[in-house]
Write a protein that binds this ligand. Structure first.
Ligand SMILES: [Zn+2]
Length: 284
């Protein structure tokens, strides 16, 4: 009777570490011709004093962390998927970064940190079990878990709503389609997004849902404005879609595993990737 449920879900990524993946994009992307770009490599220019000055200028003018990271990538990317990134016009550079999968940019940003400042990331962690402080815990970014999408891993999925939505005009929305968020969604980020997983979830939620499918009285299929649908979505569906989206976005797991020095229990600590922490000597 439960046979259908026992069918294994198709895998949507493979698991690797930052060390194994190296300077390669975690998410296979499509080029302008719609075909997968097999060369996923990237490299950065040297971060010297001149770059340092430019970045501190960018930092004081950037409207949020999304825009700061975009501009850092434009300034520092050297080779990108087999092409010279710096030969692109300024407009094409920005466009390229903004249209990249959210998690591809996130990964390059973390990789840049390891290249410039090394793999060790020092942080203070309060143990969630015994509540005692683990001062100066050092995480090794080489061990950071990364979820990698290859050609066989689907990126667009349909979610059937557990509670279909009755719209004002009588149409019923029964499912939504979601895809990996693009980096430009970070334009909407608030300053605390780097330390606030909940805020990040909200932003990704809205930007990952690509379509809402509705049927009218006559059973005719049509697409529906997404904002209207999201407003009427029920709690259970919001939670389930949220987790599905986070899983499907793949890329670097934004948390590090550690063991409490006091009670020896294992914990996961959210990675604070704000520029002021991640690229500062206090994290060394
Ligand atoms: Zn503890």
């Amino acid at each position: 009777m439960t046979e259908e449920k026992s069918i294994e879900k198709p895998k949507i990524y493979r698991v690797a570490t930052l060390d194994e993946l190296g300077a390669n994009l975690p998410i296979l992307r499509n080029g302008r011709d719609g075909q997968p770009v097999q060369d996923r490599s990237f490299s950065f220019l040297d971060w010297d004093m001149e770059v340092e000055e430019k970045i501190s200028k960018i930092q004081s003018n950037a409207k949020n962390v999304g825009s700061l990271v975009s501009q850092m990538m434009c300034l520092l990317l050297d080779r990108f998927c087999g092409e010279s990134f710096q030969e692109l016009s300024k407009e094409d550079q920005i466009l390229t970064v903004n249209q990249l999968e959210f998690t591809n940019v996130m990964y390059m940003y973390i990789f840049l940190r390891t290249e410039e400042l090394g793999y060790d990331l020092k942080m203070d962690v309060t143990c969630p079990h015994c509540k005692k402080l683990n001062k100066g815990f050092v995480a090794d970014l080489r061990t950071l878990e990364v979820h990698v999408k290859e050609e066989e891993h689907e990126r667009q999925h349909t979610y059937e709503l557990m509670k279909p939505i009755l719209m004002d005009n009588g149409d019923v929305v029964s499912s939504v389609t979601y895809d990996i968020s693009k980096w430009d969604t970070m334009e909407r980020a608030t300053p605390d997004v780097a330390e606030n997983a909940g805020k990040m979830k909200q932003i990704l939620f809205r930007s990952s849902i690509a379509n809402a499918h509705a049927e009218d009285d006559g059973g005719k299929e049509k697409n529906y404005p997404i904002d209207l649908v999201i407003k009427k979505m029920k709690k259970i569906d919001i939670e389930k879609i949220s987790s599905a989206i986070t899983e499907n976005n793949a890329g670097p797991l934004m948390a590090m595993k550690g063991e409490c020095i006091h009670c020896k229990s294992e914990w996961f600590r959210l990675l604070d990737w704000s520029y002021n922490f991640f690229f500062d000597s206090s994290s060394l």
